[in-house]
Design a protein around this ligand. Structure first.
Ligand code: MSP
Length: 530
């Protein structure tokens, strides 16, 4: 992608029936890292997130809590979902709620267009419905519970709760018309659905035949009214999917819509079908472009199962950030799990990586280099003299790491990008051990060499700060000031990321200042009661 391109990235919008857990935070952080990377590449970047507030699930939760659905949604958004963004340091450009007037009015414009163009008709449907998924289910999606409260009943495989039989006269979207068009899309744009495991599953699903989709409900009224029939409200998924275009001006601000759309969409693999089948079919029907790509990431597993609130395995993001800090949270989930695959969460793994990678690897490197510049050069970055092979080796590691990291980000391989950048940490630590600046410092005859070694180390830190800024924004901000770069070069977030590998940007004579450990030692990594 060339600098200055438009990069629009969206997360799913989250149900407000419950508070966020680390699975939700995971998607947010991934999208935020990608958005920050693109902003630092000079791209015209937009990060959208928000909440999904209509439908039966929210209505029932509100009623069970003696609340109206609107009051319930307001409470959850203000007390849980917006604060989540602070807790994990998300720099989103917009936050859309499906109860926003801007969303509701644009949804009606979209629906009316599909209706006028003949893609919606009235019909009858009877089927099994899972309120947890907010979806009609086929028999393949169900199983008979063998034991427990629901023994003998048909339950949804995802929620392990009984499904309900619904029979309704509804409006239907002619999704079956799009079977071949979708298959052609998947064929002509192999990157449209990623990773391949998700792509293959979706292709199989569409090949097995698409039915028209029931898109309205008349048995309850918590939703957007169908413009031509206000006895029906819109099916919650049809409503929610449209957030990606209503938020950027579909139907109201054509210029902005053209500027932003289409988007890169990150979703959990469990909701990839909605995004890679229903959503592009809706867009095609409206004559709009389909997303740039739909990436279905894996699940965070706890004890081998998808972590979820309904199964009581939910972990609140703040449980982690309060002990380890927000940067450690972001780094851990982005580096320890291959983006696109499932990943098991454990406190032991988190604590071990924190200690070895962040505290001993990166944090210690930064403190040592700054301390030596202070001690041997009175806090002024020395000028490099003649570079030796070892120094040139570091320069080439930095250059390659920056290139590989950028290439990995373009493929959404966030973990690979971090692994590439981490080669700088490892190589620099090895370099310092071998060059032994503390030994060089003992003999005035080695002063020029000592200066070159410490310049090389400090310039390596400069590159690290720039390349890691999208992942660990707080610590890189601190490091950037500590090596004197803020004074000389401006904000770290203004440094062009694709230039990070160009050697020699940190001006000699920049003043360093000491910092507290970037990743302090943690006495008791596991919060009480976990
Ligand atoms: N509201 C719908 C999305 C509508 S988008 C138009 C929804 N909401 S959700 O709150 O249930 O889930 C939001 C996202 O969180 C999904 O992408 C889902 O995959 C993700 N996760 C929920 N549990 C998760 C894990 N345990 N691990 C990783 N992601 C998880 O679905």
């Amino acid at each position: 992608m060339a600098a200055g391109d438009s990069f629009y990235i969206a997360t799913p919008i989250f149900y407000v029936n419950d508070v966020p857990h680390i699975g939700h935070a995971y998607t947010e952080v991934a999208a935020d890292v990608l958005a920050r990377w693109h902003r630092q590449s000079g791209d015209d970047t937009w990060l959208l997130t928000g909440t999904d507030e209509h439908g039966q699930k929210i209505l029932r939760t509100a009623v069970a809590n003696d609340s109206t659905p609107q009051a319930w949604a307001d409470k959850l958004v203000n007390e849980s979902w917006l604060p989540l963004l602070q807790t994990i340091n998300i720099d989103n450009d917009d936050f859309i709620r499906t109860t926003d007037e801007r969303h509701e009015s644009a949804v009606k414009i979209f629906l009316q267009k599909l209706y006028d163009d003949g893609f919606i008709y009235s019909g009858e449907y009877e089927g099994y419905y899972c309120v947890g998924c907010e979806e009609y289910k086929q028999l393949d999606d169900l199983l008979e519970a063998e034991s427990g409260d629901y023994a003998g009943q048909l339950v949804c495989k995802i929620h392990t709760r009984p499904v309900e039989i619904l029979k309704e006269r509804n409006y239907f979207f002619r999704m079956s018309d799009f079977q071949q068009k979708l298959l052609d899309l998947y064929e002509s744009r192999p990157d449209f659905i990623q990773p391949d495991s998700v792509r293959n599953e979706i292709i199989q699903f569409v090949k097995s035949g698409l039915q028209d989709l029931s898109i309205s409900r008349s048995s309850f009224d918590w939703g957007i009214k169908i413009p031509w029939d206000d006895s029906h409200v819109l099916y919650v998924w049809f409503d929610a999917l449209l957030n990606y275009i209503t938020a950027i001006g579909y139907g109201t601000d054509d210029d902005n819509f053209r500027r932003r759309w289409p988007a890169t969409q990150l979703v959990g693999k469990d909701i990839a079908r909605f995004h890679a089948v229903i959503w592009p079919a809706m867009l095609m029907a409206a004559g709009l472009e389909v997303p740039t790509r739909v990436f279905g990431h894996g699940w965070l597993l706890v004890g081998g199962e998808k972590m979820s609130k309904s199964k009581l395995t939910g972990i609140a993001p703040s449980q982690i950030t309060e002990t380890f800090g927000v940067d450690a949270f972001r780094y851990y989930f982005m580096s320890a799990i291959n983006f696109g695959q499932d990943g098991s969460f454990s406190w032991e793994d988190l604590a071990a990586r924190y200690q070895s990678e962040l505290a001993n690897g990166f944090g210690n490197l930064a403190s040592r280099v700054i301390a030596m510049v202070n001690k041997y050069f009175d806090g002024a970055i020395p000028s490099p003299a003649e570079y030796t092979e070892a120094d040139l080796g570091i320069q080439s590691v930095v250059k390659q790491a920056a290139e590989k990291a950028d290439a990995a980000i373009q493929r959404l391989a966030i973990h690979e990008a971090i692994a590439s950048v981490w080669t700088i940490v490892d190589e620099l630590n090895g370099y310092i051990t071998l060059q032994e600046p503390w030994a060089l410092a003992k003999d005035e005859a080695n002063r020029a060499r000592l200066g070159t070694v410490l310049y090389t180390a400090a310039e390596g830190l400069r590159a690290l700060a720039v390349l890691l800024s999208p992942v660990i924004p707080d610590s890189t901000h601190k490091l950037w000031s500590a090596i004197g770069a803020a004074h000389e070069l401006g904000h770290v977030t203004d440094q062009v990321i694709v230039d990070a590998g160009h050697w020699g940007q940190l001006p000699p004579a920049s003043r360093v200042h000491s910092i507290d450990a970037l990743f302090p030692r943690i006495e008791s990594p596991e919060p009480a009661g976990v």
